[in-house]
Design a binder for this molecule. Structure first.
Ligand SMILES: [Zn+2]
Length: 252
């Protein structure tokens, strides 16, 4: 190898190296929306002791539909709607789901997936139950103020997402309303949700807006009838379109 060859090869190496670095920087520059489909699989993931335990399912409809399946269905449609809006507006946005199939991840894993320098915001999709047979309404759940450094940000974000979701739901259940924002202060004897506990351990995730979005109360028979029976994908798409439109406002 002579000196001239070495120089040319070295130069080529650096040209390719800087091209790759600049390309990966350009990709990193697109902010990412994290969608976390709540629950999944058939077993508890994680452990109570480490506050990482995620239950496989929580809410179930009178007809037997499971929250864990509805969260995944809704999340996939929400992802499509975000990418559709990004494409039509020319805005660079990525979407990352914590799970794409019927598996349960513990909250350490969910937070690790969300913890990226390019994460713009996080939404964990859930369906509600336990409000009584006629309970209705979309709501957001955020980490309580005493342990949440971005409480005000999360509150504004959660309120906006609950209202957007409610606009979508009201196309099918006109009497439904946004229930706004509640905090996780009542969970785990006042300790809050394991989801936020694990998320708030990461500096980046303390800074970005995050909430649970409880789409609607699925143990209400009217919700099953009007929202979930028959072609629910089309109804989910109409609701997801509203939520996606709001999420885009939180992406720089
Ligand atoms: Zn849930």
């Amino acid at each position: 190898m002579n000196a001239h060859f070495f120089t040319a090869a070295t130069l080529r190496f650096f040209v390719v190296f800087f091209f790759l670095v600049s390309t990966s920087r350009a990709q990193e520059a697109a902010p990412v929306i994290i969608i976390d489909p709540g629950h999944g699989g058939s077993k508890v993931a994680g452990a109570l002791k480490s506050r990482s335990n995620s239950s496989p399912n929580n809410a179930t409809t009178p007809g037997g539909l499971k929250e864990k399946d509805l969260t995944l269905e809704f999340s996939k449609i929400l992802k499509e709607e975000i990418l559709q809006l990004a494409g039509s507006s020319g805005k660079k946005v990525g979407v990352l789901m914590t799970r794409e199939d019927d598996r349960n991840l513990d909250f350490v894993q969910r937070a690790a997936i969300a913890n990226r320098p390019d994460t713009a915001c996080v939404v964990s999709i859930h369906f509600n139950a336990g409000g009584g047979k006629s309970a209705l309404g979309s709501l957001a759940l955020i980490a309580a103020e005493n342990r949440n450094p971005s409480y005000d940000l999360d509150h504004r974000y959660g309120k906006a997402l609950a209202e957007a979701c409610s606009r979508g739901v009201r196309q099918f259940i006109p009497e439904s309303r946004s229930r706004g924002v509640i905090t996780d202060g009542h969970l785990h004897g006042g300790l809050g949700s394991n989801f936020f506990f694990q998320m708030l351990r990461h500096k980046r995730l303390r800074e970005v807006p995050k909430c649970f979005l409880e789409v609607e109360f699925i143990d209400n028979p009217r919700v099953e009838e009007k929202l979930l029976k028959g072609d629910r994908a089309a109804r989910f798409r109409a609701i997801a379109k509203e939520v996606a439109g709001e999420l885009m406002k939180w992406v720089e």
